[in-house]
Design a protein around this ligand. Structure first.
Ligand code: SLL
Length: 233
């Protein structure tokens, strides 16, 4: 059978769509109690999700999202067949969640797998690490003690790139304007400006690292020369 017009691919074109995925966790407390059905050793409530950063409906082209949790969970493979694509759970430990995205049958796209490390405990800041004298465990404890709200977010921005989409998929993806990352927005923290700031921070950190490496190389050279002298003696 000849392919229908809508499943024909458009050559030399790619369309990208912004996406965010990750988790939000909350420490169990009086204000945030465990649901009655949860085991009492669970310390956090959390939600893992996949969404459009601007709240657009993803089900136009996404059929379902399967979140594969740690094997300690009952029915660890959670298939979410309509938005919001998210799983609410409780637990005590961090682990890697496999997020598999399935596209609508008529989109002609293979599924995509993303990985997310479920984060329950806050990342230590540079100051926390310094205060802990470089001891990683101690730094984690400091960061946890400082995070009085018990709220932790670990959310990633990414872009789904569709190369040579089918005519139908192309239509779906380009129907609405503004599918790209907004320049500035009060609806989402994921903006072009934030991306630029993040790149600047990375550049600065790289510069610092390069400086440290250079310093170490000089120290190493000195030590090497001293060693040679000693060997010659
Ligand atoms: C860890 N490698 O040791 C990880 C495993 C498992 C998390 C984390 C609860 C499961 C249940 C849960 O939090 N599992 O309901 O039994 O940190």
């Amino acid at each position: 059978m000849a392919p229908s017009i809508s499943s024909k691919r458009i050559r030399n074109i790619s369309v990208s769509r912004p996406i965010i995925y990750g988790n939000i966790a909350e420490k169990v407390s009086e204000k945030n109690p465990l649901p009655p059905s949860s085991p009492s050793d669970h310390t956090h409530t959390w939600k893992v999700f996949l969404a459009d950063p601007l709240g657009n409906d993803l089900s136009q082209y996404i059929k379902k999202v399967v979140f594969k949790l740690h094997d300690t969970y009952v029915n660890s493979s959670r298939s979410i067949e309509s938005p919001p694509f998210e799983v609410h759970e409780t637990g005590w430990g961090e682990f890697e969640i496999v997020i598999k995205i399935y596209f609508q049958n008529d989109c002609g796209e293979k599924n995509i797998t993303l990985y997310h490390h479920l984060k329950l405990h806050p990342y230590p800041t540079h100051a926390d690490i310094q205060r802990a004298g470089g001891d990683e465990e101690a730094a984690l404890r400091i960061a946890a003690a400082e995070n009085v709200s018990g709220h932790v977010e670990s959310i990633q921005y990414d872009e789904l790139v569709f190369n040579e989409p089918t005519e139908r998929m192309f239509k779906l993806l380009t129907q609405k304007p503004g599918s790209l990352l907004p320049y500035k927005s009060d609806k989402t923290p994921f903006t072009k400006v934030a991306e630029r700031e993040e790149l600047d921070r990375i550049d600065k950190a790289m510069e610092e690292i390069n400086k440290l490496v250079e310093q170490r190389q000089i120290e190493f050279k000195k030590l090497e020369e001293e060693r040679k002298k000693i060997v010659q003696l």
